[in-house]
Structures are given as C-alpha cells and as structure tokens.
Design a protein around this ligand. Sequence first.
Ligand SMILES: Nc1ncnc2c1ncn2[C@@H]1O[C@H](COP(=O)(O)OP(=O)(O)O)[C@@H](O)[C@H]1O
Ligand SMILES: [Mg+2]
Length: 310
Amino acid sequence: MHETAQSAADEPNALAPAARIASPPRVIAIANQKGGVGKTTTAINLGTALAAVGEQVLILDLDPQGNASTGLGIDRRMRRYSTYDVLMGQATLHDAVTPTAVPRLFIAPSTLDLSGFELEMSQARDRALLLRRGLAPLRAATSHYDFSYVLIDCPPSLNLLTVNALTAADAVLVPLQCEFFALEGLTQLLSTVGSVKSALNPALVVHGIVLTMHDARNNLSNQVVDDVRANSKEKVYATVIPRNVRVSEAPSYGKPVLVYDLKCVSSEAYLRLATEIIQREKELTGSASQAADAAAHQEQQHAAMMMKPP
Ligand SMILES: Nc1ncnc2c1ncn2[C@@H]1O[C@H](COP(=O)(O)OP(=O)(O)O)[C@@H](O)[C@H]1O
Ligand SMILES: [Mg+2]
C-alpha cells in the first residue's frame, strides 16, 4: 500500500492491522459505453461524497486513460501497481490500493498498460473473471479490508474491461448525460448487463440511472430528464447533477469538486446522490436478505415436514 505525503499517516486506514471479520463491501460498476457522459466525474465525486458521510470507499480505475487517478491527484510516478497488475495476477489488490488526500477515500489507479489487456487476454478461458478474482480478498470472511463501497470507473466501451467490471460487481450505476441522444445506447448497455447476469454473475442488478450535466435554463435538458424518467424502467435517481464549470475545473487541480468548491451546486448534488445511493443500498440489501430469510424459512418448514412422523 502506498502512502501519500499529506494524508495517510493520520487518517483512518482501510487496512486494519490484523485480519478481522468484516462485512464485504458493495461493489458498484459505473458504466456507459459512451465517452464524456460523466462516469469518471461520478466515480470521483460520489466516492468523495460517500467518504464525507463516513463510508470507507475504494475507487477502481479501470479506464486506460486513468482520468479518475489523475483527477484524484495520483501522479503517474506513484502508480507502481495498477489495476492492470491486479487483473493479470501480477500484484494483489493490497499492492495497488493507494490513499488519496480525501480521508477514507482510496484508489487502485490505472496505467496505459490496461489498453493492451483485451488483446493480451483474448484467448484466456477465464478472461471475464479476472477482476472478480482480484477482488476476492475484499469478500473473504476474514478480510484485512474495511471498505464499505467499491466504485469501478469503467472505460467508454462495452469491452472486456467493462465485462470484467460487471462480472465483479453487485450493481451497475449508469450516468446519462442530459443531451438529445441520452437514451441511445442504453438498450445495448442493459443487454450486456443482462448477458453478464445470466452467464457470469446472477446477483448483478441495475442500481440506477443518474442524469448528469443538467442545464436548468435549457429546455432540451429539461425535456431529456422528463423523457428518461418516463421511458426508463430502471430507477432514475431523484438527484440530477447540474452542469457547472467548477466540476470541469477541479480535475486539473487533482481534486474532487467537493474539495475544490464544497458549496457549488454540483458538490451539493453529489452529496444528495450519496444519500440516495445509501438509501437504495438499504432497500437492495434489505430485500436480498428478506429473500434469503424467506428461502431459509421455507427450507426449515420443508425440513420440519420431512422430520414429522407420518
Ligand atoms: N456536472 C458537470 N458539469 C460540468 N462539466 C462536467 C460535469 N460532469 C462532467 N463534466 C465534464 O465533462 C467531461 C466528461 O466527463 P467524464 O466524467 O470524464 O466522462 P466519462 O468518464 O463518461 O468519459 C469532463 O471534462 C468533465 O470535467
Ligand atoms: Mg472516464
């Protein structure tokens, strides 16, 4: 685990000194095959907002461009181990996890090596399972990790990296930009999610859709919000992220917008989104555990009937 000069020494560490029983984190893939829709911005700022309300968060940068890593101020020279090394089994997740300047927010950075991943692995039988395998230590019953959320920043493509993310995730979060062709491509994305769910990861769900770069003064932007809400069967978050120049300035300072300008409308929106995500998580995990309870109850009744003397 790497140290950044400012932060690591006095901040709570996600790695406890000894193995302990921890509940596994929720792994959320942030995916949309379109570029420039706000995936990386959402990974950085939702991650920061979740950390701000007390969650332990790991961002996994799965885009060869490494914008999430750069946007969080992780210099290329500091990326000794990357998500590529974790995928290839050349390093453990522990090696790649790097603290950021934000308390409770960590990142596994990416490097350009990732751009060769698809070609290098095209013949490997288990090529879709590599990230899931790399993240297995997070889900071990006794884990050194204490993350409550892992956010995967996916590349702008439905390629093998995105399939690895969907295979390793519990849920998918889809950012949609408030523009004319917002819904274009959503069907294809959801169909990829469906294929991964049926072939590789039955537990995968769509967490929800977040509308980004909304401009309240623009009629088209408002129309897109209405259309997406009316036409999408998936949950659309009540929080809409406004377009704001502070958001696009922040990455050049290596800072999340919540750190760069906490009071701007977009920072406030990302904080509201974090609250919605946590609420939605409660519903999802609550209904999952209710389903498990119901199944267990049914099994007990069945067992009791089998035990009954005729
Ligand atoms: N709410 C916003 N307001 C203004 N600019 C934004 C906002 N969200 C994202 N951007 C800018 O739009 C561009 C694309 O966003 P990004 O998150 O990198 O998209 P993706 O990861 O989907 O390619 C970036 O320059 C980013 O700074
Ligand atoms: Mg990106």
